[in-house]
Design a binder for this molecule. Structure first.
Ligand SMILES: Nc1ncnc2c1ncn2[C@@H]1O[C@H](COP(=O)(O)OP(=O)(O)OP(=O)(O)O)[C@@H](O)[C@H]1O
Length: 280
């Protein structure tokens, strides 16, 4: 049975016997509300993303998922409530501040980067490379060079991990939709992420490449310990990757559990999806 509005205190989660067990949350959304004029998009919502998990966020159109996601990512400031990130209150911090703290969100490769190779795109990610400062290039060229060598090695490791070696010198603009998504994922691996926020990662990716993308997300999670928070309309992808799955409706969390439990919960399926959630 999916846990519907468990109402448990921060830092705790229910196990099958209903006992409280300690819970290590990377993201802890506490009683967050966001209104747009008279419309309450997120309504006193609390949820957590456990360290090492791939947590999915689903719900019908207009449920408040994107608004909540944007609040977590620092793009929208909530009217009430707090966002705790790795134990610190980060409510109201800007995305670049959250990036530095280790919260990464994938973004489409910007137009100007499409004229750079896949490898160069990865090498651009870490900010303030010493080589970028003129004073370092003039007065400390060795330091700048060794840093660049380090970044290049890391980028090659990421290319290798994602099996993009055959396109590493290809311009990013020439990559297929799925390869671009992999590159976006790869950029999050260039810095030490405590959590990666994935926003509609399946959009525009064909079924075969989607399996590849999903496999890489799983490997990043299992082999490298990455935590993911995923907002996604593709229920197959959610079902394959995510545990737990959090269901939102009308701005609130209404259920949380493995996808098998969510699918089996007729009340949720009927009320919020209109029809049974089935595998494609
Ligand atoms: N900037 C905004 N100004 C006014 N209303 C907004 C704004 N952003 C979202 N809303 C409204 O808030 C509600 C929640 O929207 P939100 O986009 O968060 O839902 P969602 O669950 O992500 O939906 P979808 O699955 O369709 O993307 C909707 O009624 C939407 O119209």
């Amino acid at each position: 049975m999916a846990r519907i509005n468990p109402g448990l205190g921060q830092g705790f989660s229910g196990n099958q016997d209903g006992l409280l067990v300690s819970f290590d949350a990377v993201i802890d959304v506490r009683n967050v509300t966001k209104r747009f004029g008279g419309l309450t998009a997120v309504d006193n919502c609390s949820l957590q993303v456990g360290r090492g998990s791939i947590t999915g966020l689903i719900g019908p159109n207009g449920a408040g998922k994107s608004t909540l996601f944007n609040i977590v990512a620092g793009n929208i400031v909530p009217d009430h409530g707090q966002i705790m990130f790795d134990g610190a209150d980060v409510t109201g911090l800007a995305p670049h501040q959250l990036f530095r703290a280790g919260m990464l969100r994938t973004f489409q490769i910007a137009h100007e980067f499409s004229h750079m190779t896949a490898l160069e795109n990865l090498m651009m990610v870490p900010g303030d490379q010493p080589g970028e400062h003129l004073s370092n290039v003039w007065f400390r060229p060795h330091r700048a060079r060794s840093r660049e060598t380090e970044v290049r090695k890391k980028a090659l490791d990421v290319i290798d991990f994602l099996k993009l070696g055959h396109v590493r010198n290809e311009l990013a603009g020439n990559l297929s939709g799925g390869q671009k998504k992999l590159l976006e994922l790869g950029r999050t691996m260039m810095v030490d992420a405590k959590i990666v926020l994935l926003d509609e990662v399946a959009a525009g990716v064909n079924k075969t490449l989607l399996q590849d993308l999903a496999g890489n997300i799983e490997r990043m999670n299992r082999e490298l310990g990455y935590t993911f928070f995923v907002i996604e309309h593709d229920m197959d992808l959610i079902g394959r990757l995510c545990d737990p799955v959090i269901v939102m409706a009308q701005g609130e969390k209404i259920a949380e559990g493995p996808m098998s439990e969510i699918r089996a919960n007729e009340a949720i399926v009927e009320a919020y999806f209109g029809s049974p959630v089935v595998e494609a």
